[in-house]
Design a binder for this molecule. Structure first.
Ligand code: CA
Length: 482
C-alpha cells in the first residue's frame, strides 16, 4: 500500500439514528445493506466507535467541531450551535477544498446558526419530513430561504449530492457532507420499499422483554418502551388498548422495526448511487468514503426505541471507512474511537493542522492497522438532558473495553430546555451508580456496583472518570463527592 500522494476527497455520509446492528456488515440479524457493506468490505469497519452524547444536535456539533458538548455549548436539543465555531468543513474550505452539505442539519436556523464553511448547502429545517420536504437554501446574505421540493427526502438528498458533484471543479479536492434524515422517527418509507418484510417475522432482540430489574431506577423510568410509549403516527395505526405489555411489545416491535428497516433500505440504495458515481467517474481511489450515524438506537433492545442512554445500542455509532490508498479492504478495528475524533482525522489526511481547541485525536494510524501505544483506553460520555421527551435521566460515565460505569445524577443542572414536559414522571431519585461487566454481561442487565468482587474495579473506574472530566474540562455533579 502506498502513502496517499494528494489530498483525498471526502464523502461523509451520515444518517440519523441508524444503529450498527441494522447494517449487514455489522452482523445484522434483521436486514441486508449491500451498499453499506461495499464501504465496509472495501475498507474498515470500526466496532467500537462511540458518541460522547447520544442525541442528535449535540452529537452533530461534536462531529463538526471535534469538541465535547460542555466545550462547544451544544449540550441539549435546545442549544443550537454557534456557526462561528471552528469546524472541519470550514478548515478544509480554507485549505482549498470545495465543500458542500445537503440534508439534515439540526443545529439551528438563522444568521447565527445556519451552516457555514460550505460553498453550497441545502438543509432540512429541524427534523424535516420524509415526503415532499421543505429545504432551506442560502439567500446569499447569511440567511436562508425555504422551498418545498417534491419527492422522497432520502432520494432528494442524494440527488443534490450527485448534482453538486457533477458541477464541481475537478481540479480541486472536495468535501461533501450527505446528511440523511432517515431512519429518524417517524419512519415513513417510500412506495418502493413499503412492502418489504410484509409477510415476514423480523427476529426479536434478546432483551425485548427486559423488566429493568438490577439496574438504576432510570431504566424503568424511561418512557420509550416499544408499543407502550409509541403513538399512532409511530405505528401507522391505532394502538390496541386491551393487550398485555409483553404482547404489546411483540406486536408493536414488528410494526416499528419493519418501517425502520424500510427507511434504512432507501439510505442503502442511495449510498449505492453515490458509490456507483465514484466508480463511474474514476474517483473511488482518491476518495475517503465515510458512513456513520449521529448515534445508535434501540431496536427493541431493552424493550425500547430511541437513544440517549449510555447503554451499548445507543452509545455505539456505525463507522465504515473506505479509502483504498490508506485502508486495506475488509479490515476491522476495535479501538475506542469517538465522534470528536472525526475532524482531527479528516484534517490530518488533508494535511491541514487541527486547531488546539479540538479535543479529538486523529486515528490515521488505526486506518493502517496500527494502534499507537498511548491510544485511549477509556472514553467519556455525558447526556445532559434530564427527564425531557422520554423521561431519560441525565447521566455521565466512562467505558473501557471491559467495563462501563454510569452515574445518574437526576438533575438538569440548569441546562436549556430541561423542564420536564407533561406526561413525564419527575425524576426525584437519589443519585446512583451503575457498573457493568461487558464481557460477562454484554446486554447490560446486571448492575454489579454493589458486588464486593467489583469494589476495586468501581474505585478505579470512578477515579478514571473524574480524571477524564478534569482533563476534558468538564465538571462533576455536586452530588458526586466520592
Ligand atoms: Ca440522531
Amino acid at each position: 500500500m502506498t502513502q496517499a500522494k494528494k489530498q483525498p476527497n471526502i464523502l461523509f455520509i451520515m444518517s440519523d439514528d441508524h444503529a450498527a446492528h441494522a447494517i449487514g456488515c455489522y452482523g445484522s440479524r434483521i436486514n441486508q445493506t449491500p451498499h453499506l457493506d461495499r464501504i465496509g468490505g472495501g475498507g474498515m469497519r470500526f466496532d467500537n466507535c462511540f458518541c460522547t452524547n447520544s442525541i442528535c444536535t449535540p452529537s452533530r456539533a461534536a462531529i463538526l467541531t471535534g469538541t465535547y458538548n460542555h466545550i462547544n455549548g451544544v449540550t441539549t436539543l435546545a442549544t443550537m450551535m454557534d456557526n462561528r465555531l471552528s469546524t472541519f468543513p470550514k478548515l478544509l474550505q480554507g485549505a482549498g477544498y470545495q465543500t458542500a452539505l445537503f440534508g439534515k442539519w439540526h443545529l439551528g436556523e438563522g444568521p447565527r446558526h445556519n451552516p457555514t464553511g460550505f460553498d453550497e448547502w441545502a438543509v432540512l429545517p429541524g427534523q424535516g419530513f420524509y415526503h415532499n420536504p421543505t429545504f432551506i437554501f442560502p439567500d446569499g446574505a447569511g440567511g436562508g430561504v425555504k422551498r418545498t421540493v417534491p419527492g422522497y427526502t432520502t432520494d432528494l438528498i442524494a440527488d443534490m449530492c450527485l448534482d453538486w458533484l457533477d458541477r464541481r471543479d475537478p481540479a480541486k479536492p472536495f468535501c461533501l457532507l450527505c446528511h440523511h434524515k432517515a431512519p429518524h422517527r417517524p419512519w415513513y418509507p417510500d412506495e418502493k420499499h413499503a412492502g418489504l418484510f410484509l409477510n415476514e417475522e423480523v427476529p426479536e432482540p434478546d432483551t425485548l422483554q427486559d423488566d429493568y430489574r438490577n439496574r438504576a431506577q432510570a431504566a424503568a423510568a424511561a418512557a420509550m418502551r416499544v408499543g407502550v410509549h409509541m403513538n399512532a403516527t409511530d405505528l401507522k395505526c391505532e394502538l390496541p388498548d386491551d393487550m398485555h405489555e409483553a404482547d404489546l411489545r411483540r406486536w408493536a416491535y414488528q410494526r416499528y422495526i419493519k418501517d425502520y428497516l424500510r427507511v434504512v433500505q432507501s439510505v442503502d440504495d442511495n449510498v449505492g448511487r453515490l458509490l456507483d458515481y465514484l466508480d463511474a467517474q474514476g474517483l473511488a481511489e482518491d476518495t475517503l468514503v465515510v458512513y456513520t450515524s449521529d448515534q445508535g438506537f434501540f431496536l427493541g433492545d431493552h424493550g425500547w426505541y430511541d437513544k440517549r442512554f449510555m447503554y451499548e445500542e445507543s452509545l455505539r455509532m456505525p463507522l465504515l471507512m473506505r479509502y483504498p490508498q490508506a485502508i486495506a479492504p475488509g479490515s476491522t478495528n476495535d479501538d475506542l474511537v469517538l465522534n470528536v475524533d472525526f475532524p482531527a482525522l479528516f484534517l490530518d489526511l488533508a494535511g491541514v493542522a487541527a486547531p488546539t481547541e479540538m479535543q479529538g485525536r486523529s486515528f490515521r494510524p488505526l486506518l493502517a492497522g496500527s494502534t499507537p501505544p498511548d491510544w485511549r483506553e477509556t472514553m467519556y460520555y455525558r447526556y445532559w438532558m434530564n427527564a425531557e421527551h422520554h423521561n431519560v435521566a441525565a447521566h455521565y460515565g466512562i467505558r473501557t473495553q471491559k467495563h462501563k460505569l454510569i452515574y445518574y445524577y437526576y438533575d438538569g443542572c440548569g441546562q436549556p430546555g430541561t423542564a420536564p414536559p407533561a406526561g413525564c414522571i419527575p425524576l426525584d431519585f437519589e443519585p446512583e451508580w451503575e457498573l457493568f461487566d461487558l464481557e460477562r454481561d454484554p446486554h447490560e442487565l446486571k448492575n454489579v456496583v454493589r458486588d464486593p468482587a467489583y469494589a476495586g474495579v468501581f474505585r478505579e473506574l470512578r477515579d478514571e472518570l473524574h480524571r477524564l472530566q478534569a482533563e476534558l474540562g468538564d465538571t462533576r455533579h455536586p452530588s458526586d463527592v466520592s
